[in-house]
Design a protein. Structure first.
Length: 95
């Protein structure tokens, strides 16, 4: 018997995006990460901070695709949503 996958669960959708990224299916990975951001759009700010890594994931996808302006926008979102800890993480990732 197959288990149903809840396509409205942002954790599941994010994991799908990570898998697609690992498979170098960058366009589909980007679609998954964008869907995660849509799913968490109504969350409170504190809850959104827990999802800041999705912006990092999306920035990586855009970087791989050569969409550097979009990658920078996602990193800016990390600063806006995640605060100082996320900014420090970005500095480590870029370094």
């Amino acid at each position: 018997m197959c288990a149903q996958i809840d396509a409205s669960d942002p954790r599941i959708v994010n994991e799908r995006g990570v898998l697609l990224y690992a498979l170098k299916q960058y366009e589909k990975a980007a679609e998954a990460f964008v869907l995660v951001l849509q799913l968490i759009d109504e969350y409170e700010q504190e809850e959104k901070q827990q999802w800041v890594f999705v912006y990092l994931n999306l920035a990586q996808v855009y970087r791989r695709q050569g969409k550097l302006d979009l990658a920078r926008r996602m990193l800016h979102q990390v600063e806006m949503v995640g605060g100082p800890v996320a900014v420090a993480h970005c500095m480590v990732c870029e370094g």
